[in-house]
Design a protein around this ligand. Sequence first.
Ligand SMILES: Nc1ncnc2c1ncn2[C@@H]1O[C@H](COP(=O)(O)OP(=O)(O)O)[C@@H](O)[C@H]1O
Ligand SMILES: [Mg+2]
Length: 268
Amino acid sequence: MEIKRSIDRKGSGDPILTAVDVRKAFGGLVAVNDVTFEIRRGEILGLIGPNGAGKTTMFDLLAGSVVPSGGTILLDGAVISGEPAHKRIARGLGRTFQIPRPLANLSLIENVKLAAQGQAGEHLLANFTMPWRVAAEERAAEEKALELLDLVRLSRLADAPARVLSGGQRKLLELARVLMADPKVILLDEPAAGVNASLLEVIIDRIREINGRGVTFLLIEHNVDMVTRLCSRVLVMASGRLLCEGAPNEVVRDPRVIEAYLGGAVDA
Ligand SMILES: Nc1ncnc2c1ncn2[C@@H]1O[C@H](COP(=O)(O)OP(=O)(O)O)[C@@H](O)[C@H]1O
Ligand SMILES: [Mg+2]
């Protein structure tokens, strides 16, 4: 029923990503417990909740890095919950990690280029049969990666190894890496964690700009100020369940939300 609804409605504000009764059990622990929600095209939707609520597991389920125990996930009306992660990336679903792990000895530009989708050079045979095409794609990828590093204010470090980056700069590199695959939806897992105040402003600014170009976001974040500034709508998870949803300034005053934070492990 909900699935059909998401297929029927198209246009601005229609659901771009839908989760229906999504569930994940790790042995006896139900990390995500029959969660249903939709992300509307063009919005920046917040996802908050105490540590252990199941937020990152929800991201893993949406992105395809964890196999669900039940439920359905749709991207633009297509059921993707049975697809591997790389297919979801090719469909336009990008995600960043709570703890980014760039390839430390590769340069920033190499790290970003690795995230390019569907290049002829990836197919070994094409290197022999269509070398000109491989070379042209390589140049285009290099150019695009540099533009993206510029967008996240890291282009001056393009040739430096990723290991020189601070935690905050790694978050920005992660954003450039995800953008390389031309996503229409980006799942951001705690982009502000461990980031200093001035870099945080850059990250907020970049998210706004990318959103202005038409990219939809789902944002996990403990930083309430950031969530309030970026999101008009927020989902709250606690103990694997969706507790409530609403405007950021409403949900943080909701007694159920306050209780969930006080009852759980609070770290922010
Ligand atoms: N791979 C896993 N194996 C077993 N338990 C896990 C695994 N991943 C997460 N969990 C558990 O699932 C629950 C939700 O974790 P998580 O999704 O990381 O929460 P959050 O991101 O909201 O802090 C926690 O109790 C966590 O310990
Ligand atoms: Mg998490």
